[in-house]
Ligand binder design. Structure first.
Ligand SMILES: *Cc1c(COP(=O)(O)O)cnc(C)c1O
Length: 395
């Protein structure tokens, strides 16, 4: 069954949007829901909204909706903060679970903020931890019984290369390490069975394939059997067992709610909750099949038309997430020229042109049309203009 539901998105006419892996487009249901949250709830009810509009329950309610897309049972995911913060929470809790071990293992395909957060945490702890960052290809061999926590992003943000969640988690557990998966480029992109792999923690953001909008809150999953015992490093009042008792001592809430920190972003959560309605009836296996079909057409068409571009993603679709990247020496300028022609992808230093495939609102016609425009830009050297060569702040 087709997963295409373009009519549920508010995409500018004529635009081919291949950047849903960075910022998903606006689902049509969001504007009305946000307007309702602002005028119908905040405006009309003011402080009463916390109770009458259920604002305080939003992080868990929306967490359950996200959980359905990553194979997490109800009550195991909670929303809030940004992904960087959720990485910190997961890793700090993981290190407390393995006090005798000093190594955090990650790879150099990880998104830098994950590594920065790990580095900052380790320095702050001053317990002699060490962050080992290896090539993705040798992660399996680097998982030894020295490792306290393996912290990886499943899908490489630059190339789309995908780790085998089940195999790596099994190896981590075989040596007694805690497993943390960052699902930033997985949630809503590929089928994930986080409960089935038994990883202790998973984190991710919701503004990419989940279309929650810029600044949408992140999520954290804690394996249910651990949720009552993990120690939150960010011991905020809304992760307290009884926030409105205003105790002077911290007591973590039961379950994953202890991973809440402070006041939830109510308007953003309302936007996200409405955005998640587009997933109603979407089967992740069908989504994956459609994503692979689009990616294969794109690779075939671009390679046939533009020999100057080199595929940077794995050629084997089973090793790739829902994006395709090409290397091109003038990739930045070429991407600017594409954007000017309403084919929207993005650029990652030093030379990667990145295109995301989201079958909810892209069909084969879009993908072929994008390849035609890429051919015009590359073969006609249309990128060679001063306004495309000058770098902007956000690439
Ligand atoms: C997008 C992304 C982030 C972004 O973190 P924020 O705190 O939401 O800005 C972090 N990690 C990975 C792996 C990502 O892909």
């Amino acid at each position: 069954m087709s997963v295409l539901r373009k009519e549920m998105f508010d995409l500018p006419a004529g635009m081919i949007y291949l950047d849903g892996n960075s910022l998903g487009p606006l689902p049509r249901a969001v504007a009305a829901r946000v307007a309702q949250a602002i005028t119908g709830e905040w405006g009309a009810h003011l402080i009463k909204g916390w109770n009458v509009d259920g604002w305080m329950a939003l992080p868990s309610r929306v967490g359950d909706a996200v959980g359905q897309l990553i194979g997490a049972p109800a009550g195991s995911v909670v929303m809030g903060d940004t992904l960087s913060i959720k990485v910190y929470q997961a890793l700090s809790a993981a290190l407390q679970m393995r006090p005798d071990r000093k190594v955090v293992l990650s790879d150099n395909g990880n998104f830098p903020t994950d590594l920065y957060m790990a580095d900052g945490l380790i320095r702050h702890l001053s317990h002699g931890h060490r962050l080992d960052v290896v090539d993705p290809e040798v992660v399996m061999d680097a998982i030894t019984d020295e490792v306290a926590a393996v912290m990886l992003t499943q899908v490489d943000y630059r190339t789309g290369r995908m780790h085998d969640i089940a195999a790596i988690t099994a190896k981590a557990h075989a040596v007694g390490a805690v497993m943390i998966w960052d699902l930033a480029h997985s949630a809503g992109a590929v089928p994930v069975d986080i409960a089935g792999c038994h990883a202790e923690f998973a984190v991710g953001c919701t503004y990419k394939y989940l279309n929650g909008g810029p600044g949408a809150p992140a999520f954290i999953y804690v394996r249910p059997d651990l949720a009552d015992s993990v120690q939150p490093a960010l011991a905020g009042w809304l992760g307290h067992a009884a926030p409105f008792a205003f105790d002077l001592d911290y007591r973590p809430a039961p379950g994953v709610e202890r991973m809440r920190v402070g006041t939830p972003p109510v308007i953003q959560l309302a936007a996200l909750e409405a955005a998640l309605e587009v997933w109603e009836g979407v089967e992740m296996g069908a989504l994956r099949a459609a994503s692979i079909a689009l990616s294969e057409v794109f690779i075939r068409e671009v390679e046939a038309r533009c020999p100057e571009l080199t595929l940077a993603s794995p050629r084997d679709a089973s090793l790739r997430g829902s994006q395709v990247s090409f290397r091109f020496e003038h990739g930045y300028a070429a991407m600017q020229a594409l954007i000017a022609r309403d084919v929207i992808g993005d650029f990652r230093a030093p030379d990667t042109m990145r295109f995301g495939f989201t079958p909810l609102y892209l069909d084969e016609g879009d993908v072929v049309r994008a390849a035609e425009i890429i051919e015009e830009v590359i073969c006609g050297r249309l990128w060679h203009r001063p306004e495309y060569l000058a770098r902007q702040r956000v690439t």
